[in-house]
Design a protein around this ligand. Structure first.
Ligand code: ATP
Ligand code: MG
Length: 718
């Protein structure tokens, strides 16, 4: 055995060593979470290079996300400091884009082809709808796009789709698909799915190109293979056709992308596709404690459709998994913040990056975010934008701002044509000119709408818009916040716009989460001096003017889907209630096996300690009284009303003290209009107007005008 062998096999167990050194042929590594699958892949790639079996450029390693690719490259860099650069480590889409950039001319396309993003795709559909007289209300764009995507991934061409369509909706969808493909072909542009589809076609139809890549890739590896779809499999199958060295690793218990067309059967039936497949099982878990694994193993055993495997932890029992059921979701988030605060006090702020809070759906981040901000605990949201930065939330907050103060031009500009009312740039510039000439706000212009020379359609749209705002403005003192919100959501047409399209589900969930927070606020005592709406908007401004530098150290907030493959010392799973996790839809459809796998993924991200939380009370979204998730019961953490774990804190939390992570900065109180100020993030600016604590401030480019709470610690008088 050479030295190199020793070095790269060192620190691996016997089965892992076998997986690394079995370089030839078709190799399948099936193993549970944290058993070293990704580690085996990286060592294997390095091993092949050090054993001179191939040049770095002859090795391909496919990962599931760009983040995973970057991490794998880093790990391989570490093992092979001189040689790693030319190894192909990338996602399926990146691989395909690279192959096409060099060879798409064989299909008659230019090499500098353009890839359409989803906005471009909708623009294309807009024209097609007009041509085919299809109403967006009948077939929302996203619905058509996912139909197109599914057809492409299933290798159904427009002709076949047309031939097999029988129901009127199918016929329409087939005609949209046909026109869409026709347009993209004529323009010689590709959408995201085309990257896979064109590569598939290219390799299938062009023997020369196929041979070139078959020769090139002596060794191919795929991580997270349980989430591979049919066309991706066809591509690696073809690429490995000459050298026949393909190593795939995965865990069928972690298949969580069935809803997007991934097919876990491919990994299970892998040996049926090739001759002499060698299967290696890894059964030691090096990530988590035995307590965490016991709970995860127990849970996943409830899936009927699975191959049984039992993972043993390399580490000891460790701390028991803790479960906390709070009286409501605010207290639940406080518990999370409180526990993080204690962890930081105990281990120092150096562990901030080792903590993650996972949740089933994006909307759940709202309370977590505001609670962490209040507790001065820095956080990053991975794979999504912060709650109050999300488009639908910004839009609805702008509506509320406009109701509070119809002269708020920024809010006016944001929502006057959202949803679309046919108020185009021309109408907007008429309004702007008139406002300037008459020294009034955009909204005030509407009082003289007849003088503005709009078309009847624009005039009608603007009048109706103004009517809703004025009515609600007058009612703001008497109506509850939740009622004002519900009315403007409905009457502005925003609700219809969102709910018309099933693809908007997560946006609707975000809106519902916002509405729930307003309902909760309505039940609290109010301060008589300011209206509830004004007080609310001031609070919101505080959360929206946060410094959002996502590169600083911080606790990671993410959905379980995006946590795949990752690991953290301390993991919280927030919102472990029925109808949240498992989701309401999965319960209704009686299809919770994929949800259970998702919960298994969530639990197995934790290395040292796993905290699971749920809350009681009423769920405004599912319209049910909340109960802890059935998964807790299945994992042996909760039985009926009996908590099995003694570490649970059941008494209400006291509000915790903020620790000294962020020093208190002196806040100036004497702000006036015209004052020069400086902001930590936006730099120098001038206060344009003040409304109580809420200031409109003009900052230098590129930041422009912002509305923020002037007493915020980031803002100082210059
Ligand atoms: P997942 O299913 O979540 O993707 P995985 O099977 O890919 O997990 P890895 O991420 O490769 O698991 O490994 C989990 C952790 O265990 C990593 O921190 C890794 O460095 C460590 N590890 C793996 N094998 C060993 C070993 N033989 N000795 C020590 N640590 C190991
Ligand atoms: Mg992995």
């Amino acid at each position: 055995m050479s030295d190199a062998k020793h070095r790269l096999l060192d620190g691996l167990n016997a089965n892992q060593q076998q997986a690394v050194s079995t370089t030839e042929g078709y190799v399948r590594v099936i193993a549970g979470a944290g058993s070293g699958k990704t580690r085996v892949l990286t060592h294997r790639v390095a091993y092949i290079v050090e054993e001179h079996k191939a040049w770095p450029s002859e090795i391909l390693a496919i990962t599931f996300t760009n983040k995973a690719a970057a991490e794998m490259r880093e790990r391989i860099d570490h093992l092979l400091p001189d040689d790693s650069r030319s190894i192909w480590i990338m996602t399926y889409h990146a691989l395909c884009a690279r192959i096409l950039r060099m060879n798409i001319d064989a299909l008659g396309y230019p090499r500098d082809f353009i890839i359409l993003d989803s906005d471009d795709q909708k623009q294309v559909l807009k024209n097609i709808y007009a041509e085919l007289h299809i109403d967006i209300k009948e077939i929302p764009y996203n619905f058509a796009l996912s139909h197109i995507s599914n057809s492409k991934m299933d290798l159904i061409n427009p002709k076949d789709a047309e031939a097999s369509a029988t129901f009127p909706l199918e016929v329409k969808l087939a005609s949209i698909y046909k026109a869409y493909v026709k347009y993209l072909t004529a323009q010689k542009v590709l959408d995201f799915d085309d990257l896979l589809l064109f590569t598939y076609k290219l390799l299938k139809e062009n023997a020369e190109v196929l041979a070139q890549y078959q020769r090139k890739f002596k060794y191919i590896h795929v991580d997270e293979f349980q989430d591979t779809n049919g066309i991706q499999f066809e591509i690696v199958k073809m690429l490995s056709g000459m050298h026949e060295n393909l190593c795939i690793v995965g865990d069928p218990d972690q298949a969580i992308y069935g809803w997007r067309g991934a097919d876990p059967k491919i990994i299970l039936d892998f040996e049926q596709y090739f001759k002499g497949v060698q299967t290696i099982i890894l059964d030691r878990n090096y990530r988590s404690t035995q307590s965490i694994l016991n709970a995860a193993n127990k849970l996943i055993e409830h899936n009927r459709d699975r191959v049984k495997k039992d993972l043993q932890a390399h580490h000891g029992m460790g701390e028991a998994v803790s479960f906390f059921e709070a009286a409501d979701d605010t207290q639940e988030a406080q518990y999370v913040a409180h526990t993080i605060d204690q962890l930081l006090a105990e281990h120092g702020n150096g562990i901030l990056n080792d903590i993650a809070v996972l949740y089933r759906s994006n909307y759940l981040s709202r309370i977590l975010e505001t609670t962490l901000i209040d507790a001065h605990i820095p956080y990053r949201i991975y794979g999504d934008i912060r709650f109050y930065e999300r488009k639908e939330i910004k839009d609805m907050i702008s509506y509320l701002r406009l109701i509070h103060n119809p002269n708020d031009d920024l809010a006016f500009n944001r929502v006057v044509n959202e949803p679309k009312r046919g108020i185009g740039p021309k109408a907007m510039s008429v309004l702007a000119d008139y406002a300037e000439a008459n020294n009034c706000s955009r909204f005030e212009c509407l009082a003289n709408i007849d003088a503005l020379g709009f078309t009847p359609k624009v005039r009608k749209a603007l009048s109706e818009f103004a009517e809703v705002i004025i009515e609600l403005h007058e009612l703001q003192a008497t109506k509850s916040l939740a009622d004002i919100f519900a009315e403007v959501y409905q009457r502005s047409g925003y609700k219809d716009m969102l709910t018309a399209d099933p693809q908007n589900q997560s946006r609707v969930e975000n809106i519902n989460a916002l509405e729930t927070s307003l309902k909760e606020l309505d039940t609290q005592e109010s301060d008589d001096d300011t209206s509830k709406l004004a007080a609310y908007l001031q609070d919101i401004a505080l959360y929206t003017s946060q410094d959002d530098d996502q590169n600083d150290d911080g606790v990671t907030l993410m959905t379980v889907h995006s946590a795949k493959g990752l690991e953290f010392d301390y993991v919280f799973i927030y919102g472990m209630n029925d109808a949240v996790f498992p989701s309401k839809r999965s319960l209704e459809e009686g299809n919770i096996e994929e949800e259970r796998r998702l919960a298994y993924v969530a639990m197995t991200r934790a290395k040292k300690q796993l905290y699971i939380t749920a809350s009681a009370g009423y769920n405004f979204i599912s319209k049910m009284t909340k109960v802890p998730s059935l998964f807790l019961n299945e994992a042996g953490l909760w039985e009926g009303n009996q908590y099995k774990n003694e570490r649970i804190i059941q008494k209400p939390l006291e509000t915790f003290k903020k620790n000294d992570r962020i020093q208190n900065i002196e806040v100036s109180t004497d702000f006036k209009t015209g004052q020069k100020v400086t902001h930590n993030k936006y730099g120098d600016g001038i206060i344009v107007s003040l409304d109580g604590d809420l200031g409109t401030i003009a900052f230098a480019k590129p930041h422009g005008i912002k509305t923020i709470v002037v007493s915020h610690q980031f803002l100082k008088i210059k």
